[in-house]
Design a protein around this ligand. Structure first.
Ligand code: 13P
Ligand code: SF4
Length: 351
């Protein structure tokens, strides 16, 4: 929970911490407009009793007006504890749906726009139903990056922060049963490598995020050439994560220190590590948060085109309009919410 917004430092902060990420965006005229919009947003949010939350990949101005900024798991936990009237969720649609499933009729959930997610789009529910028909006793673990109906046919939901723990828990709780992990194959492989679960028991769906999948071996090698002494913070959705983890484990990785982390865990690692310099392998928005909250250290993006166009569909102007006109409201059919509840509850509690 954050208090007090320092609008007077927006121009300097946005250029200092995110100028290279969003080149040419933060001109002085544009930041003046943003400051006016930001003040309007806060006034409207207070009038409407709204809790504004923003994912780590959101533009700096959206992170700044939010009461909470974080990863998928952290924001879900925050909404579960704090929401009592209205939530304005700055993220992608599955995050809004998850929030709505968690709060039920206790609060309304709105989003500035209706952004999709390529991982969610990679899911073919008929294929999953076919797999379940062939494996009727099986356990389904879905990454939180799935639509509400897929969550409703899942036994467990996990996030990038607790995927290995959820997989281990599901395998231990249901000995001998097959497991389907979906939809991200890279996250699934990392979770398997970080658990003691028998590889042969698990079917990995072959979905991927278009932003992270292209962070492959090449990006990793190039960033190592540029910053050989940096510590590596890598999101498990990255295309290079599985091979990088294998190399780190057998000691053949050029990086002496490589960590496979959700976005919020990256912030924790950056704070606790003795390293002064980091290469960050995830969507660019994360860099603003890291640089602003840990200004004494240096953070390099692994690649300058790791930008999620879905996350960037949300703007301060759209958030203002959403608060003013009560749109876009997130709805999830009550029976889908009910069916997805238990799996989401497991996501919130398994650590
Ligand atoms: P986190 O849960 O790590 O925030 O990741 C969400 C996401 O969409 C990654 O692309
Ligand atoms: Fe989805 Fe990838 Fe964007 Fe995350 S970065 S919201 S997984 S498309």
């Amino acid at each position: 929970m954050r208090n007090g917004i320092r609008f007077e430092s927006w121009y300097e902060d946005f250029n200092r911490f995110a100028g290279d990420l969003y080149e040419g965006r933060y001109t002085s005229d544009y930041v003046k407009d943003l400051v006016e919009l930001g003040k309007e947003v806060r006034t409207l949010a207070d009038e409407k009793g709204s809790l504004i939350v923003a994912h780590n990949y959101q533009y700096p101005e959206l992170q700044e007006v939010a009461q909470a900024v974080g990863d998928s798991l952290g924001l879900s936990q925050y909404v579960a504890q704090q929401a009592d009237k209205r939530v304005d969720f700055c993220g992608v649609w599955f995050m809004g749906e998850t929030a709505k499933t968690i709060v039920g009729d206790r609060a309304k959930v709105y989003m500035p726009d209706k952004p999709g997610c390529s991982l969610v789009a990679s899911i073919d529910r008929e294929r999953i139903k076919g797999w379940l028909a062939r494996n009727p006793e099986a356990v389904v673990i879905s990454y939180v990056n799935t639509d509400a109906r897929t969550k409703a046919i899942s036994d467990y939901i996990c996030t990038s922060r607790n995927a290995a723990q959820v997989l281990q828990h599901a395998a231990d709780t249901h000995p001998g049963r097959r497991i389907l992990f979906l939809p991200d194959k890279y996250l699934g492989s990392v979770a398997l490598a970080q658990s003691t679960v028998d590889r042969d028991r698990v079917d990995l769906y072959d979905g991927a995020c278009h932003v992270h999948a292209k962070i492959g071996e090449h990006a990793l090698e190039e960033s190592f050439d540029r910053h050989p002494d940096a510590e590596l913070l890598l999101h498990p959705e990255c295309g290079c994560s599985t091979s990088c983890l294998a190399k780190t484990t057998n000691g053949s990785s050029p990086y002496r220190n490589a960590y496979f982390l959700s976005t919020e865990q990256m912030l924790r690692r950056a704070r606790s590590s003795a390293a002064p310099e980091f290469v960050v392998g995830t969507e660019a928005g994360m860099l603003y948060r890291l640089r602003k909250l840990v200004p004494e250290k240096t953070f390099h993006p692994i690649s300058h085109d790791a930008m999620c166009e879905y996350m960037k569909m949300n703007t301060l102007e759209k958030l203002r309009d959403s608060l003013k006109h009560d749109r876009v409201e997130v709805t999830v059919e009550p029976h889908v919410r009910e069916e997805a509840q238990a799996a989401i509850q497991r996501m919130l509690t398994i650590q």
